[in-house]
Design a protein around this ligand. Sequence first.
Ligand code: ZN
Ligand code: ZN
Ligand code: FE
Length: 751
Amino acid sequence: MKIIRKKLSVQGVVQGVGFRPFIYNLAKDHNLTGFVLNTSVGVVIEVEGIANSINDFIKDISEKKPPLAVITKIAHDQMENKGSKEFVITKSDESAEISTLISSDIALCEDCRNELFDPNDRRYLYPFINCTNCGPRYTIIDNIPYDRPFTSMKEFEMCPECQAEYDDPSNRRFHAQPNACPVCGPQIHLYDSNKNIVDTNNIIDTTQKLLKDGNILAIKGLGGFHLAVDATNEKAVKRLRKLKGRDEKPFALMVGNIQNAEQYCTITNDEKIILTSAIAPILLLKKLDDINIAKSVAPGNDYLGIMLPYTPLHHIILEGLDIPLVMTSANLSEEPICIDNTEAFERLNGIADHYLVHNRDIYLRSDDSVGIFLSGKFRYIRRSRGIAPRPVFVKSKGPTVLAVGGELKNTVCLLKDDKAILSQHIGDLENLEAYNFFKMTIDHLQTIFDAKPDIIIHDMHPQYFSTQWASEQSIETIPVQHHHAHLAACMAENNLTEPTIGIIMDGTGYGTDATIWGGEILIGDYNNFDRFAHLERMQLPGGDAAIKSPWRTAISYLHKTFQKDIPELPFMENKDIGPIIEMLIKDINSPLTSSCGRLFDAIAAMSGGRQTIHYEAQAAIEFMQVFNNIVARPFSYVIDQLGDNREVLLQPIIRSVVRSIQNGESLSKISNRFHATLVNIFIELAQDARKETGIKNIALSGGVFQNMVLFEHTVLGLEKANFKVYTHSQVPTNDGGISLGQAMIGRNRFN
Ligand code: ZN
Ligand code: ZN
Ligand code: FE
């Protein structure tokens, strides 16, 4: 049998994820000698042994890799034998570790969970148990290399037992930086609303009792504080809404396990895998009828956002607590989540009845990730805790780029080599706290990824805070059109490089003609784009005021269609439409928009759906929920040729909708017909674009594609028409994903 030696270099997310102990054990299993080492270009392994064993070893690396490792490439070369006698983990020099990637925060693993509930384990019910396969990462790091002194665990010196685990290459806790136990690690404390320590000999029992009694608890988690309350207690949930200043936007729930979740929602196998994954996101699931959940948890919504416990503390609280909990980010509406104990006491004063805190600091806040399973894939609505800062690997190399995203649902993206590192969800930058968080996150990402951008990319909108921040920096900046960024983001995560047709249906984005875009068919790549088609432009009376009151938008669309002869419709009752029409006629603060989001608002409101909204897209969401059948007669529409561009005339649609309303058609039927109409329009325009350009690849992006009905039927329709359809599954289709597209376009233009 021939003995050979090979050198392997492994790239991807391979640090802080238990990769070296895994390689160590795998090499031993295959009777190989040699070493494993972290370097600046990834993990380097040399193995010596029987040729077949080495082949099996290489195969096993990909197949059996630790759950959190992401391998993008394994290169291997044969080399001269060295006659090594054992396999060792070689200590890497610290500077070498700098450019390996920082892992995301990870939900409690199965092994740790078993230990947590094992009365004979030394970490029995210890709320900070973790190992190399699970625990906090990104949120506790403030510098590199990723090593305990650069994390918030530096306050805690490991006891001899923990240290022995940490030093033992065969141990699950080998180099687990947050390793801790009840003797040496962080502890929890319970405070009342006056910041007095609650006198109890069992904090968890007391916490559970307080929750059962309907109290609001601020609970410190992984990426920030949650406010928790009994989700079956209508009075308690209502009180939380009132105190938090959150009217109707759905609250997420945390339930003990899958069986509990199944009492409230239908859950497929794929959805179970997501719920129990290391990311442990809030997953939107179809609500069952007649469930024992307070009405005000998700008023008027067919879906519930459900997550499972992901920190050991959550597990301990939920274990034996037979109620589901509302778990919502601890903040006032629109502010970023609280992370610091003192900050929590201040900002949550008057909201929380009790505070369950701990003394492991959170350096970087990170909200829960949110997603939904659609067309066979998990899709992010918010990409944050559990996944950030895992890179999206792209087909591009070049200068380092910082893209600062949009205004709402902001994320930033640091593009370094072939890795697009998106930040966690930052939020709405018009909020001062969120803006500070935005600046801090930019600093933090540059530090922990050791990257200095050569260029900064921002949205074309001159008033966005992100744009203003970019203009204050001393390096070159490039503006990118909002919907071009949406298209490029979808192309990038699907590794497309050729020109692509983009169906970009969105709320708001600043156009190259200084009007508001949002219903766009673009054809483009990372350099440039053509606006192939767009929805007819309509006035938005009062701008943002119209976004909050869809009925105003409805009046505008009707006014444009019928001018003086606006028909009386039931939705107009008790509304003062005169001043709106005057605004439109005199063109006072009534910007033009081709937004698809606004079209949804207008149709929903005029058909008798929601008139004013309490959270973003509420009118469209409710209008979608009354949909029940795509086989519906579409409304008539006209696509007008305008030179090289096309315009989808909306007036014919408005006329047919009005006829339906006058004929007494139900909201449901109008919803069916409207969704069918849009799908037909998209397919027709895509076919036109294909005819003109020969392009078959289509990318779908923009916030409107969070509409599950529209998304799934558009995908089906386009596939049936023989298009190759590309969609988002690594970054959100909403503005949380545009920083990726900005970065790709920016790098291309800078080159
Ligand atoms: Zn673990
Ligand atoms: Zn210890
Ligand atoms: Fe957008």
